[in-house]
Design a protein around this ligand. Sequence first.
Ligand code: ADP
Ligand code: MG
Length: 277
Amino acid sequence: MSKTAAGKKLLHDLGYRLGQTLGEGSYSKVKAATSNKYKGPLAIKVVDRRRASPDFVHKFLPRELSILQMIRHPNIVRVFEFIEVCNGKLYIVMEAASTDLLQLVQQLGKLPCVPEARDIFAQIVGAVRYLHDRNLVHRDLKCENVLLTADGRRAKLTDFGFSKEANGYPDLSTTYCGSAAYASPEVLLGIPYDAKKYDMWSLGVVLYVMVTGCMPFDDTHIHSMPRRQKKGVLYPEGLPSLPEPCRALIAQLLQFSPASRPGVGQVAKNSWLKGDI
Ligand SMILES: Nc1ncnc2c1ncn2[C@@H]1O[C@H](COP(=O)(O)OP(=O)(O)O)[C@@H](O)[C@H]1O
Ligand SMILES: [Mg+2]
């Protein structure tokens, strides 16, 4: 029996049935699944250690697994089980979502600022607050990593592949991670960075993308991105005007200087986000 067939048989023996592919990354594939053990639709992230880089296998994957086991929050994807197979495959069994935030934005062009974008963003902020309060950082916050329920109303953060524990303060990170389009100037410049403030920048990009349907900074020429980021964010011409408190929040998050960006606790108290104004 081939190794792939052996993996499939093991999953089958454990009561899982794999369905269509929901998403694909560099070293993993996410498949729809059902099981006779858990009710409701499941998703199984299949990670192939044999095809992955040594850094991924020895550094990032162990962190992803240990952090996933530590966390439980209504706006973070729930993981039920990890299955290790001796053929190098690892299966992460989790609850399934219907779509992700990138797909939703692409489908609708952009999201109505209030209540849709605001309500989804408030949930993402809740999840990041939970992490930062426990000294965990995500470092790959982007629309593709925010899953959504079928009605598009409940958001669940996923993909802890670059997450880590930030021990003490200041604990500066040096690893370049995430996607350039969501990366802060200090990360792009290769300066040791405060990973929580990096997450705050990426949150600003996520909010901007939701309400405009565009990326705030074009990442075709990465070397010139920090210069453009320093000038401040621009909005596409002809975009219907956004509520001032929403623009103000984006501007705060996309501050060039990490020290000037608010912490997640402060953002959680933002009156526009809470629906007070
Ligand atoms: N639980 C899930 N339910 C539905 N779709 C998912 C789920 N997990 C991941 N996906 C889809 O698969 C994609 C890749 O998953 P992710 O965990 O982000 O892997 P990678 O580390 O390869 O980026 C996501 O962007 C999303 O579209
Ligand atoms: Mg991802």
